[in-house]
Design a protein around this ligand. Structure first.
Ligand code: RB5
Length: 151
């Protein structure tokens, strides 16, 4: 898959480890930064990564900040993005793919070990959307809300 990844200074180490791991797992990674540990505002890196998913240039995104909260808020402001904030739970990473067809995962660099973050990301990437009618219906309703909000 083609993946967009982005972080701020609160998750730089996790993003670097994730980039290497994703490439080892056979994915193509587009890295939207940040590129060092200096302070950066997470909207500046996370939003362009999410736009690339919205526009179909990447299949899925993984965005990170210290808590994952700011990154997830930015992601969910992007049209067509369904972002799940997942810290400390491989199960929730699977469920958000199965039930929500989440196309972006958010994680907190200060709330997961590197090992835990990689395991969460792997579960997210390896789990397909269930395609079940009841979930499709709910996702369609989310799209309808977006259209209503645009009016
Ligand atoms: C940066 O210190 C921190 O506020 C940010 O990474 C994130 O946790 C915000 O949600």
């Amino acid at each position: 898959m083609k993946l967009a990844i982005a972080c701020d200074h609160g998750a730089f180490e996790l993003k670097e480890a994730l980039k290497e791991a994703c490439q080892q797992w056979g994915h193509e990674v587009e890295d939207f930064g940040s590129y060092d540990t200096s302070a950066v505002d997470y909207p500046d890196t996370v939003y362009p990564a999410c736009v690339s998913v919205r526009d179909g240039k990447n299949d899925l995104g993984i965005v990170m900040c210290g808590s994952g909260i700011g990154a997830s808020i930015v992601a969910n402001k992007t049209r067509g993005i369904r972002c799940a904030l997942v810290n400390n739970s491989i199960e929730l990473a699977k469920i958000t793919r199965l039930h929500n067809d989440a196309n972006v995962l958010a994680m907190g660099g200060r709330f997961n070990t590197i090992e835990e973050g990689l395991a969460i990301a792997k579960a997210f990437l390896d789990t397909p959307f269930s395609g079940e009618e009841r979930h499709l219906c709910r996702i369609q309703k989310i799209s309808t809300i977006e259209i209503e909000e645009d009016r």
